[in-house]
Design a protein. Structure first.
Length: 262
């Protein structure tokens, strides 16, 4: 068979593609969608999304699981649901060889599970996505309450804040996170940019919590009680108590020590 003949025979087979099938669908069923350039740009983006959400299994390693998370840069807003939120997929390192070695050495299952949760959250953050308690609940086959308890215990044991969605996007954050930020600011004398990096918060959030702490401390120094401070600052009594506990902790540190930390 001659070259030209082969070309005419086999070249059409290249058109039997996902891209051309979608282009045909748009031209026939949605004729007002746009011209060839618009369709081509749409297909470029669609192909990218398909490749992301349906990765080839050869790219996944043993122990990895493809999972969709909320894009870190797409912050929540009033009335904005998940269907209006930008997402992307990443291969979560659910189980690693190190986990197996840890079990061989006798690491308790619960402790290892907490370590795995922390690893998954940090990996997701590195990939530009953030996971919620519901995500972890599905990934680790546990209730959201169990997930929350394990995360809080890990953070307390390691004196860190893990990058889950409530932390990164400032949703329903626990009082302890605000307290951790203030400890870093007023006890460890760290600057807001560094605190923001270490706690997965924005600099604006760090400044806001620091200012809230200073308002509580100022009111306390003026002789106001907890209820009066809560009323004046429009904070909950539990949050005021946390800030007051931290204020007492700072006041108990010798002034020369604080000067060295500043």
């Amino acid at each position: 068979m001659k070259r030209d003949s082969r070309h005419s025979t086999y070249s059409p087979q290249k058109a039997k593609s996902f891209r051309n099938a979608v282009a045909h669908l748009l031209r026939v069923e949605f004729p007002r969608f746009g011209g060839p350039k618009v369709i081509s740009l749409f297909l470029d983006e669609l192909t990218r999304i398909v490749d992301q959400f349906y990765p080839q299994t050869k790219h996944l390693r043993a122990g990895q699981l493809a999972w969709v998370g909320v894009a870190k840069e797409d912050r929540p807003a009033r009335g904005k649901d998940m269907s209006q939120t930008k997402t992307r997929m990443a291969a979560m390192p659910l189980i690693t060889e190190g986990d197996i070695i840890s079990l061989e050495k006798g690491t308790p299952f619960r402790a290892l599970t907490r370590q795995r949760m922390a690893r998954v959250l940090r990996y997701a953050d590195d990939c530009g996505i953030t996971l919620s308690g519901a995500d972890l609940s599905l990934l680790f086959s546990a209730s959201t309450g169990t997930i929350s308890s394990n995360i809080r215990l890990y953070e307390k044991e390691h004196h860190v804040i893990l990058p889950r969605r409530g932390t990164v996007h400032d949703l329903g954050m626990s009082v302890s996170h605000k307290r951790t930020i203030c400890r870093k600011r007023f006890l460890e004398a760290k600057e807001p940019p560094q605190i923001a990096r270490e706690t997965y918060h924005t600099i604006e959030s760090v400044d806001r919590y620091s200012q809230a702490f200073e308002r509580v401390r100022f009111c306390h120094q003026r002789g106001m009680n907890t209820s009066e401070i809560a009323f004046s600052t429009q904070m909950s009594i539990s949050l005021v108590k946390e800030y007051l506990d931290l204020a007492k902790e700072i006041e108990a540190i010798p002034q020369d020590t604080l000067s060295q930390m500043a």
